[in-house]
Structures are given as C-alpha cells and as structure tokens.
Write a protein that binds this ligand. Structure first.
Ligand code: G1P
Ligand code: ZN
Length: 543
C-alpha cells in the first residue's frame, strides 16, 4: 500500500508565530508532531492537490529527515511537484525567489532562523504563500485551528527520496526536482546590482570579511562574493553550513558575531564587514571601527539605493516595523516618499510590497529587504551596500556621518530580558497597559511623556487589523521607548525594550549610544516598573 492515512490527535495547538512555528528540536521530533503540523498547514491552505511547492532549509540538525517527511506527505496529499534545494539547502530569500519565479503555490522553509541548531537546540517550519512571503495571519489562524482538531494525516509508506543529486525524479505520482540552491538567486542579484562595478571595487584592493556563521549563506557568499565578484579567497569565513552552526548562535549582531566585530575594530580591519543568520534573511553591517545599527542601515540604504541599477528610478515608498528606529522616516520625508509603520514581522510588509506601495523595508532585528522577493534578504543587503560603496567611494563611517549630519542621528538600542516567567512578563505588560491613559504629560528622568499607547495596525490594502503590537512611550525631544513580548522565543517569555533618542546637534552625533540613551532607559524602567514586576535589573542581551 503506497499511501497511508495515519490516525492522530492534536498534540497541542500549533500556532505559527511571526516566522512560522519554532520549538525545541526534541518537540518537533516527537511522534506525529511534525506530521500534524504539516498536515494542518496543508489543510489550512485548502489542500495541496495539484500544487507545486518549494522546499528547503538552513541545513540545521533534522533538516534532511524533516524534508523527507514533508515530501512523503506532499505526495500523499496529491501535490504535483516539489522543487527542493540540493542537499535540502535553500536560504529563506532563495525560497521566496523560487516560489515567485516558478509560479509555485507556496513553499516550506525549515529553519529556526537565528536560533541555535542541534538535537538540544531549536527547529522550525514556516509556510510561505504564492507571493513568496510568510503566510498572513488569516492563513496562520487556519493552520492553528486545524492543528487543534486534526484527526488524520496522509503520508506515503515508501522510504526516502534522493535530494542530494541534481535533476528530476518522481516519488509516487509527484515530481521531485532537485535544484542548485544558489544559481537562480545569484542570477537575480546580478539583475539588481552592478556586478562589474563591485568587481572593480575588489580589483582595486577593497577588502571585506563576510561571516556566514556556519549557516546557510556560506555557499551563496562563496559563489557570489568570491566567485562572481572576485573577492579574494578567505573573504568568506565560516562558510560551510553545519547542523549545529559550529556550536554557535547564527545571529548576526555584535554579541553573537563577536569574532567579526573584533576583526573590524582591529587596526588592520578590512574595509567592510558583514554577516548573515541561520537561514540567510538577516544581515549585519560593520565598517572599519563602525558598527551600523540595522535601523541606520535601512536609513542609509533608503538614501542611497538609487546608486544601484535595480533602484535607479528611486523608491516608491519605504516601510519599517514599529520598534525600528525612526531614522528611515527622516530620510523618506526628505525624499518626499511615503514611510509606513507596520507591526513586527515580515509578513506585514507583504501587502504593501504586492500593491507596489513600497520598494524597501526593514526591521531593527537585522532584517532588510525590497520588492525583489517577499522576505528579508541578508546577502541582498550586503550587495546593496557594496554597490553603494563602489559608487560613493566613501568609507562606511563617512557615509553614516554624512547621513547623520543631514537627517540627525537616532541613537538606538534593544534590551532583551530573556526567559522571564511568562506570568510576570504578562503582568508587567498588563500593568503598563492599564495606566497608559494616565501617563501623558508626566515627567520622569528629565523627559516628558507626549504620547503613550499600544500600537495597532490597520492594513491599508486588505483592511485587516492587528492589535496589541507593542506599547509605545513617546517623549518630548525625540525619545521613545517600546515594550513588547517576543513571538519567537522557545523558552519562557522574552521582554524586548527598544530605546531611541534623536540628536540633531552637530556636536552630539558621535556619542556612545549608552550615554545618549541613559535618560530614556531610566524613564522606561521607572514607568514600567520592570524590575519590581519581573525581578530583573539588567537585560540579558543588548543589541
Ligand atoms: C523577532 C524580531 C522580528 C522578526 C522575527 C523573525 O521577532 O524581533 O523583527 O521579524 O524575529 O525573524 P520577536 O521575537 O521579537 O517576536
Ligand atoms: Zn532568519
């Protein structure tokens, strides 16, 4: 019997968060857990009968086994074709590109993004729709609802499919096409950027260090930076994906990409440093002795994107997630283009991109992207920077200083309190929520509250409303504090406190961020009573 219908029952409600469902790998490996989620996903999108799906992941532990299960379930559920990255490898933006280019009906991405990988670490699975972007909330709601009532799943009885050899083969009645993970992505990058110009930059002695963090962008970076663009061998470090990311945390920020930071702050630092995360959608940018916050990077890219051929017509508009600093707003205002403020999570950019209302978008959490795909795209951001550096002939530090002189500098920092008792975290948020209406006008730490509210978003395209998207405290003088609970953690609650302070005076553009943010931090801690409510004083991670 080639197909099996397996009786099951809900294990727990499987609720995809801002980027799919993330859990401990051990949870995903429990009997029927992955199968329930995949079947709930298929059911939630109206079945996969006759459909084409793209499947790939970041190579973390359990990637291969999970792909086998997905392929067997797709075949048993009547899918016509699955396009799979060779060896099960595809970065998140590469999946988005393949879905769009091949007119596929959707895709499944196996990753827990920047979370560590391994049997004792994290795993995740995300469904992206026919536009190549993360499933919107009305779809993830259906998947969640299905997972609470699931009774059966379908899977082929036969064993594995060869996903290591390029070419087309069949599994039962379904075609399985194994593609080179890099080729079509590299082709798209070549169409957007001036590769000759960037090649010239490297030929002229420009030096770079790209840290792939043992994750999925290794093969992409080797092929594009060292192969097509002629950067010297050794430019890409940690470029071979490993199931546990070399035991590290594939999160491109100054904490987890410390080796890169150290290299960029040494006297012999290369001209340009960059890193990407587990699944290749995030990026970190650092010049010689000059770390660029993701919010500032978005602003710089917005100001200079026209230097790359793909954006030479200028931008129609930009968007940022609410907690992202307002640096890009100032650039957009100067350029006379719209700037949209959306909730956290890439899926909220989808409608604006599809409607042609924005060209660039980004998040403070190291995600930057454009309308070329429907995901944030780590290497794309790095290539856009390279294209700008090649045209502008200025250092990273000088580009940033020029931008701050023109638009002011939004000092910015995110403080994460991890693994907080969920009840305490919720109680803190509830208490703060409860007093928002009374905060206007109150003065604390030398700052006066101008506005205090909880962010809600009305999607201008489909009219849907997303509420409860973070508590904002806006102060006079351009300071802001935002509180929200993470939707991607796998243990306890993570409280994120986002701090921002605008400075426009020319003698205040080169302060230490901690110094510039001291008052707003104190105001936020006082007003939220975070320490009293959670027992925490210092954050676990500052980025
Ligand atoms: C985090 C980031 C958010 C990003 C998401 C997925 O979500 O803050 O910007 O879209 O990861 O990469 P959070 O844990 O804050 O819910
Ligand atoms: Zn990611």
């Amino acid at each position: 019997m080639p197909m099996q219908t397996v009786r099951t029952r809900p294990i727990e409600g499987q609720k995809p968060g801002t980027s799919g469902l993330r859990k401990k790998t051990a949870v995903f490996r429990r009997p029927h857990y992955l199968e329930n989620y995949v079947q709930s996903t298929f059911d939630g999108i109206g079945g996969v009968q006759g459909k084409t799906l793209v499947v790939g992941g970041d190579g973390r532990f359990f990637n291969d086994d999970a792909i086998q299960i997905i392929l067997r379930m797709a075949a048993a559920n009547g899918a016509t074709r699955c396009i799979v990255g060779q060896g099960g490898i595809l970065s998140t933006p590469a999946v988005s590109n393949l879905i769009r280019k091949r007119n596929a009906d959707g895709g499944l991405i196996l990753s827990a993004s920047h979370n560590p990988g391994g049997p004792d670490a994290d795993f995740g699975l995300k469904y992206n729709g026919p536009n190549g972007g993360p499933a919107p909330e009305n779809v993830t709601d259906k998947i969640f609802a299905r997972s609470k009532e699931i009774e059966i799943y379908k899977i082929t009885a036969s064993g594995g499919v060869d996903i290591d050899t390029l070419g087309t083969r069949s599994h039962q009645d379904m075609v399985v096409e194994i593609v080179d993970p890099v080729a079509e992505y590299a082709e798209m990058m070549q169409a957007i950027f001036d590769f000759d110009k960037i090649r010239g930059l490297f030929a002229g002695g420009f030096t770079m260090r790209f840290d792939a963090m043992h994750a999925v962008t290794g093969p992409y970076a080797h092929a594009i930076l060292e192969g097509m663009l002629g950067a010297p061998k050794g430019t890409v470090v940690n470029g071979v994906p490993s199931p546990d990311f070399g035991g590290g945390h594939p999160d491109p920020n100054p904490i987890w990409a410390k080796d890169l930071m150290d290299a960029m702050y040494r006297p012999d630092a290369p001209d340009f440093g960059a890193a990407s995360d587990g699944d290749g959608d995030r990026n970190m940018i650092v010049g010689q002795g000059a770390y660029v916050t993701p919010s500032d990077s978005l602003a710089l890219l917005c100001a200079k994107a026209h230097l790359a051929p793909g954006y030479k017509q200028g931008l129609v508009g930009v968007a940022r997630s609410m907690p992202t600093s307002r640096a890009v707003d100032r650039v957009a205002q100067r350029l006379g283009i719209a700037c949209h403020e959306t909730p956290t999570g890439w899926k909220f950019f989808g409608n604006l991109l599809d409607a042609g209302q924005v060209t660039l978008c980004g998040e403070e959490s190291a995600g930057t992207g454009s309308d070329h795909v429907r995901e944030k795209d780590g290497l794309w951001a790095v290539l856009l920077w390279l294209n700008i550096l090649a045209e502008a002939k200025q250092s990273v530090a000088d580009l940033m200083t020029d931008l701050w002189q023109t638009d002011g500098r939004c000092y910015y920092s995110r403080h994460d309190y991890e693994d907080v008792d969920s009840n305490k975290a919720n109680a803190m948020m509830d208490a703060l929520r409860g007093k928002l209406s009374t905060l206007g006008g109150s003065a604390v730490a030398g700052l006066t509250v101008e506005q205090a509210d909880e962010f809600a978003y009305d999607d201008p395209i489909d009219g849907s409303r997303a509420s409860g998207q973070g508590i904002r405290l806006m102060f006079s003088g351009g300071a802001r504090a935002v509180f929200r609970l993470s939707g991607t953690g796998t243990q306890g609650a993570t409280i994120r406190l986002y701090l921002e302070q605008l400075e426009t005076a020319s003698d205040k553009l080169q302060l230490q961020p901690e110094e510039a943010l001291a008052d707003v931090r104190q105001a936020a801690m006082t007003l939220s009573e975070l320490s009293v409510m959670t027992g925490r004083v210092d954050p676990d991670v500052i980025t």
